[in-house]
Ligand binder design. Structure first.
Ligand SMILES: N[C@@H](CCC(=O)N[C@@H](CS)C(=O)NCC(=O)O)C(=O)O
Length: 126
């Protein structure tokens, strides 16, 4: 078994247990406000691996900010992996894809940048 697969196999249950134990409380918004945000984030997707700690950090931020952004498993789903490589530019997760109507999608790598972007955009909404 290649070393990365072995590390992933060992760390996966730990990452998932930690995520369950230390889940932050979500922001509760007025239904109308939440619906507006849901509409806005419908054009976003996060490419991730379930057991990646950087992805877990990002999923925690999604939960805290009550963002219903689609999660795309780039390890199990070959099409998501291909899109990440060919359109995003490299295989690295997490990656936030913001689709645009003109086809010029934005691919944002780095968990800290993704979280900062989402915090700036949605963190202050009551
Ligand atoms: N600095 C990056 C690190 C992300 C990272 O190292 N992700 C790993 C998975 S945990 C990855 O995508 N590795 C490439 C691969 O598995 O092919 C971040 O904070 O997002």
């Amino acid at each position: 078994m290649p070393i990365f697969k072995l590390i992933r196999a060992v760390s996966k249950p730990l990452v998932l247990i930690a995520e369950k134990l230390f889940n932050p409380p979500p922001i509760i918004r007025e239904p109308m406000v939440q619906q507006g945000i849901d509409r806005e984030t419908a054009n976003m997707a996060i490419y991730e691996y379930r057991a990646c700690p950087f992805c877990m950090k990002t999923r925690r931020a999604l939960r805290r900010l009550s963002l219903r952004i689609e999660l795309r498993d780039a390890l199990k789903n070959a099409e998501h992996k291909k899109d990440l490589l060919e359109q995003g530019g490299k295989i690295q997760v997490p990656c936030l894809r913001i689709s645009s109507e003109d086809g010029e999608d934005t691919w944002m790598y780095e968990s800290s940048d993704i979280i900062q972007f989402l915090e700036d955009k949605y963190g202050a909404t009551p």
